[in-house]
Design a protein around this ligand. Structure first.
Ligand code: KG4
Ligand code: ZN
Length: 328
C-alpha cells in the first residue's frame, strides 16, 4: 500500500509518501519557524497563509522524488486534529480535493496518534501494547495503547505543556523561538543538581508545569545563578518529572514498553534521564528528525489505521470527531 501523508496542524507544512513494502519514499518538511520567530510564537493566520503557499509545491516535489505517479497512491492520510483550526483546514481541504480528483480514500488522522506511531517507523518491530508519552509545544499527554490500536488518555497537563516551558524559559533568557534547543545547549555547561525546582502532583495522574515555569522565571530574575545552571537544573527537573510519571503509568497498566514522541522528545537530557530511570522497561525514542511535526508519521498512521476503513466524506472536516481516527 502507498500512503500520502499531509501535516499542517501548526507551523510545519509537510508531505510524505510511505510504502508498506519499501518504507518512506519521500518526506518533505517546510518549517515556518523562521517566519514566526520574529513574533516570538506562532501566529495562526500567518501559519495558514504559508501552508496555502507551500502545500502544492511540496506535494509536487514529493511525488516526483518518490518516483511514483499520483494514481499509485492508495490512501491519503491527513492530520485533522488537534491543532490550529485554520492551519488544519488547509491540509484537510487539500486532501479532500486530491482524494476527489484521484478517487482515493482520505483518512483523517489524529496528530498525537501520528507522533506516537512514528516510533514504529524507527523501530519496525515495535507494536502495541505500550505506554506512550507525547511532549510537544502543545501537549504533555500520556496514553495507553493496546493491541487493537485503542488509545486511552491516562494523564495530561492541566496548564502548560512541557515545550511551552522550554520556550518561555528561553525567551526570558533572551534566546530565540522555539527555545528547546537553546536551553539544551545552554544546559551543557551547567550543573543539573545546582537548583531544586518544584514538581507538582508527584503521585497523581496529571501534570502541571506552571509552578515550575514561575519558579524558573523568578530564579532568572533574581540573578543569583548562571543561565547555564538554571537551564541544566530546569531541564533535569522536567525530564525527571516526565520520566517518573510515565514509568508510574506503565507500572499501573502493566506495560513494559514506553514510547516517547513530540518535539520535546528530541531533548538529549530527557533521553538520558528516561534511560537512567527505566529499570527493566524498554524505552523507544524516534530519531530526532521524526520528533517534530512531519507528514511521514501521518502517512504511516494511515496505513496502520486502514483496517478501520474510517474515511472522510465530502462533509468531513478538521476537528470532526465523527471522522477522526486513532484518538477522540
Ligand atoms: O511536536 P512539535 O514540533 O510541535 C508541536 O506539536 O507543538 O514540538 C515543538 C516543541 C517546541 O516547544 C520546541 O521548543 C520543542 O518542541 N523542542 C525541544 C527540542 N527540540 C524541539 N525541546 C527541548 N529540547 C529540544 N532539543
Ligand atoms: Zn506535534
Amino acid at each position: 500500500m502507498i500512503a500520502l501523508g499531509i501535516e499542517t496542524s501548526c507551523d510545519e507544512t509537510s508531505i510524505a509518501v510511505y510504502s508498506t513494502e519499501h518504507g518512506t519514499l519521500c518526506s518533505k518538511i517546510f518549517s515556518q519557524a523562521d517566519i514566526h520567530a520574529h513574533f516570538g510564537g506562532v501566529i495562526p493566520e500567518v501559519a495558514s497563509r504559508n501552508h496555502i503557499k507551500k502545500i502544492k509545491p511540496l506535494y509536487d516535489e514529493c511525488i516526483n522524488e518518490s518516483k511514483i505517479s499520483a494514481k499509485d497512491i492508495d490512501i491519503i492520510g491527513v492530520t485533522n486534529a488537534p491543532g490550529l483550526i485554520g492551519a488544519l483546514f488547509v491540509g484537510v481541504s487539500f486532501a479532500k480535493g486530491l482524494g476527489y480528483a484521484l478517487n482515493k480514500p482520505v483518512m483523517p488522522v489524529n496528530h498525537l496518534a501520528g507522533h506516537i506511531l512514528s516510533a514504529e517507523l524507527s523501530y519496525p518491530d515495535l507494536r502495541p501494547p505500550y505506554t506512550a508519552i507525547i511532549i510537544s509545544g502543545g501537549h504533555s499527554h500520556i496514553f495507553d495503547v493496546d493491541e487493537a490500536l485503542n488509545f486511552s488518555l491516562i494523564c495530561r497537563t492541566i496548564d502548560d505543556a512541557a515545550g511551552e516551558v522550554f520556550d518561555k524559559t528561553a525567551k526570558v533568557m533572551g534566546g530565540p523561538y522555539p527555545g528547546g534547543i537553546y536551553i539544551q545547549n545552554m544546559a551543557e555547561n551547567g550543573d543539573r543538581n545546582k537548583i531544586k525546582f518544584p514538581t507538582a502532583f508527584k503521585n497523581e495522574l496529571k501534570f502541571s508545569f506552571s509552578g515550575l515555569k514561575t519558579s524558573v522565571m523568578n530564579t532568572i530574575n533574581k540573578g543569583e545563578y548562571s543561565n547555564e545552571d538554571i537551564a541544566a537544573s530546569f531541564q533535569y527537573t522536567i525530564a525527571k518529572t516526565l520520566a517518573d510519571k510515565v514509568f508510574y503509568v506503565a507500572n499501573q497498566m502493566n506495560r513494559d514498553k514506553i514510547v516517547v514522541g513530540g518535539g520535546v522528545a528530541a531533548n538529549k537530557e530527557i533521553r538520558r534521564v528516561f534511560n537512567e530511570l527505566r529499570g527493566s522497561k524498554s524505552v523507544y525514542f524516534p530519531e530526532i528528525s521524526r520528533c517534530t511535526d512531519n507528514g511521514e508519521m501521518i502517512a504511516y498512521a494511515a496505513t496502520r489505521f486502514y483496517k478501520f476503513r474510517k474515511f472522510l466524506n465530502y462533509k468531513g472536516s478538521a476537528y470532526d470527531t465523527k471522522h477522526s481516527i486513532g484518538l477522540l
